[in-house]
Write a protein of this length. Sequence first.
Lengths: 182, 588
Amino acid sequence: MPKSKSAYSIPTKKQKPDTYIFVVWVDNEAGVLARVVGLFSGRGYNIESLAVAEVDAVKNISRITIVTTGTLQVIDQIRLQLTKLVPVHKVAEFKREDKDVIFKEMALFKVVGKRNKIEKCLNACKKFNPVILDETKTSAVIQITALRREIDKMNKKLKPLGLISTSRTGAVAMTRGAKIFN
Amino acid sequence: MPKLLTGAEIVFKCLEDQKVEHIFGYPGGAVLPIYDELKNHPSIKHILVRHEQGAGHAAEGYARSSGKPGVVLVTSGPGATNVVTALTDAYMDSVPLVCISGQVPTHLIGTDAFQECDTTGITRPCTKHNWLVKDINDLSKVIHEAFKVATTGRPGPVLIDIPKDIQFAKTKYKKPNKEKKLNGKSHNKFSQDQIDELVKLLSKAKKPIIYSGGGVINSGPKASQALREFVELTGFPITSTLQGLGAYPGDDNQFLGMLGMHGTYEANNAMHDCDLLINIGARFDDRITGKIDEFSPNSKKVHIDIDPSSINKIIKVDLAIVGDVVSVISKINKTISKRKNGHRKSNKSNIAKWWEQIEKWREKDSLNFVNSDESIKPQHAVQRLYELTKNKDTYVTTEVGQHQMWAAQHYKFNKPNRWMTSGGLGTMGYGLPAAVGVQIAHPEKLVIDIAGEASVLMTMQEMSTAVQYNLPIKIFILNNQYMGMVRQWQELLHEKNYSESYSEALPDFMKMAEAYGCKGIKADNPDDLDDKIQEMIDYDGPVIFDCHVDPNENCFPMIPSGKPHNQMILGPNDQKENKIKGKGKALV
């Protein structure tokens, strides 16, 4: 083994990371998103996607949904560190594979081309509740809701059919059935 | 209708209601309304520092030695950025600080105004929480909440940024709300079942060790008392982190000394070989654990901590008890006492062999050093300082480096809150201003900053504060003309390439003392050392003690990083035996 020349230890074996979704209820106040995001960047955690908006105007509560990857130990830390923040009320997390949770992203596709190409695009999006938000003779804006990897796939598939611009949200999540996040 | 108060008046109203007696600060444009109001509040004394970092460290020293939150008052821009080091230091070492900073008027925020900076943005990662008060009606509520956040749970620094127009604006004052719960974040979540499980582990253990940390100190003097009872009840050996020193008497036989990178041979080997490890209020810092994969490989691990995020952060534990140390330990003691009959007998005989093993490790005398008649050895200087001050209730602060480790190894603390050092952040320049704060909190006590010549120069300007307020702090400089710890690492790990670690052009500390208007004492001969230390202690006023020590001394024992606890480098007396590496050494 080479001699350590550092005042710090050398990193040792790492576990395999998994993808998790965090749902965080926070006071909707100035700087709260910076606190949450700063915690992730400051401690070297990863953010794959982020969605945030106020969900209760009376109680002034915003709901933040964060998709992240990490080992079980890191995921535990993220939950505990988030819980420590003063404006954070509640934190829930679950694995992306969790069958009891619905997990959706929305995308807007702008397609430019002849009518038949736009039709083809719509057809390709059929499974993902396509809605036409804007239409001209040579263009269309199509909205779909789907999983991240499905949107990734559609993004690739529509390129040759005249897709010129994509805009997408982060994931939002909700449990199935009558129960809510603890 | 109640009287309307200005923001500045409200600041002082809040401080009075929070029973604040001292604030450490430095005036400037954006806090002038608050400074203007100071004269109307005689119960609050302002200590004028010479640099805002000094205000922060002084407040830390004040807080750690008294258990009360330290209060800092600085101006916007450079005032706020200068205090960032101290806030980060307090955050790492869990010291309750409330920092009030001025800000440019609200209508100028975001315009790059004179002395404007994004104070809440800059301090967000180094405070528990911070607030920018944009509405005068929020001010009293925010200040009271700030004190609550700083002092409850795991303590830490908070910052309140108050724009200048808010300091002038008027509103009604609101008293602190007594019952208000902090966002549902409670801190004592442990159950009797967990305590029972721990007591079961205690009775089964054959090779137990208690590893206590700064959390015991932060939990208050009663926690130290409970810890002592716990150690007495169980008969277990106890070791402590740097921050935990003083929670358990340093001269007691059950105390194995400090553990970790510069900890004792017996403490580190006991940590490695134990079968039950009880962590009380410590956080498995990397200076403590060494190589994680080989950290205490065969033990059941118990972690008692008030901060849930400390649990399983670095070391996975078998039993976690989240709660305030004083409540947890008191509960354990009660539970043990209830079933004392069976427990006392069985357990102490269980661990007799373990104590035999520990005594064998102790015989190594790992803190020993080769003393000299010609030059003062730094360890000897600390030992003499300890012997000559141990009968007084002495408060010790340190800077960061070799002298800090020597102080931790050779100065024995018997009471909590007597030892103030920068552990987590390792801030050179901490000790002198911290001593100022300690002396403010304890005007009649002997306060010594065990310093290095390089560290002390970073905040030397605070001597002027000490002289202004006639604070008789003693700055005991172990002067080896090197950044000693840097030099030591370079000697051991970088082929003696002493890159930039020699302090050229050091000032004459005697003349410096004279310039500041305090007393200077210089010692370079071991024969005069005792007399000179006595002279320092007897002098009624601040002293700079320039103790010239052997520049080549290294701090041993030492665990090289990336190594487990049982692979320590011992001092020169053991260098020969030291060639036995790895497994062979574990058998010694």
